[in-house]
Design a protein around this ligand. Structure first.
Ligand code: PEP
Length: 259
């Protein structure tokens, strides 16, 4: 059952690409999307480019997401973006709690929790990021950190809501560093997360849960990572900024379910 899940490959473009550049990257990926129909592709451009990216992928199965969301629907919150606005712009997914938001913009497990609820209220699928720092890993605190982040941000959800979210394990020391977690390191944390889900929500929920790995995923390391039992796909930063490397990762991801 687990092995037949469609791998998810999401490209987080961060603060890269003007509208023109985003349109052209999305169109290039869209032109070849049929080759990787067995994966769910999600493009996550900056807010300004969401509408154009949505138009560029029309007629394909590619989905569009946003990089953050605020927890209120509207109001005096200068600079924020609401789930309503994202929904109308064409988003189906939203990244919440990315480590760069936590590190530079004061995101906490509590704000992640509120944003997840807001996203779910509007039928946006949250992609919730969790992960440890290098210092925490070196001190042997990785699993403790993961467990604490999950407890405070998403394990408060009802079972019905929990099954609507995607988790992304992103060790902070692996993001943008060209130093990916080894397949064994990724699997250790992914299977730990799956066990926690089983304890909290039961066996069925855990086999359906989608847990992505993120952190220096490249075409060359993606097959060894996706081959791990509990890795269901990727959240890709740098390598999603070029169509060929993003598609190459998706091609590797679909091999998980081949033979
Ligand atoms: C990310 O930003 O979520 C990420 C995983 O980045 P990179 O692939 O560049 O490490």
């Amino acid at each position: 059952m687990d092995s037949l899940k469609k791998p998810v490959v999401a490209g987080n473009w961060k603060m890269h690409k003007t509208i023109t550049e985003a349109r052209s990257l999305a169109a290039e990926i869209a032109s070849k999307a049929a080759e990787v129909r067995e994966a769910t592709l999600i493009l996550i451009p900056p807010f300004t480019a969401i509408c154009e990216v949505k138009k560029a992928v029309e007629g394909t199965e590619i989905k569009v997401g946003a990089q953050d969301v605020f927890w209120e629907d509207q109001g005096a919150f200068t600079g924020e973006i609401s789930p309503l606005q994202l929904k109308e712009a064409g988003c189906e997914f939203v990244v919440i709690g990315h480590s760069e938001r936590r590190q530079y913009f004061g995101e906490t497990d509590e704000t992640v929790r509120k944003k997840v609820l807001a996203a779910l209220r509007h039928n946006l699928t949250p992609i919730v990021c969790i992960g440890e720092t290098l210092e925490e890993r070196e001190k042997g605190q990785t699993l403790e950190k993961i467990s604490s982040q999950l407890e405070k941000s998403v394990f408060t959800l009802s079972p019905q809501d929990f099954q609507k979210i995607i988790l992304a394990y992103e060790p902070i020391w692996a993001i943008g560093t060209s130093r990916n977690a080894t397949p064994e390191q990724a699997e250790e944390v992914h299977s730990f997360i799956r066990n926690l889900i089983a304890e909290r929500y039961g066996k069925t929920q855990t086999s359906c849960a989608i847990i992505l790995y993120g952190g220096s995923v490249k075409p060359a390391n993606s097959f060894s990572l996706i081959r791990e039992k509990d890795v269901d796909g990727f959240l890709v930063g740098g390598a999603s900024l070029e169509a060929e490397s993003f598609l190459a990762i998706a091609r590797e991801a679909v091999r998980k379910n081949e033979g």
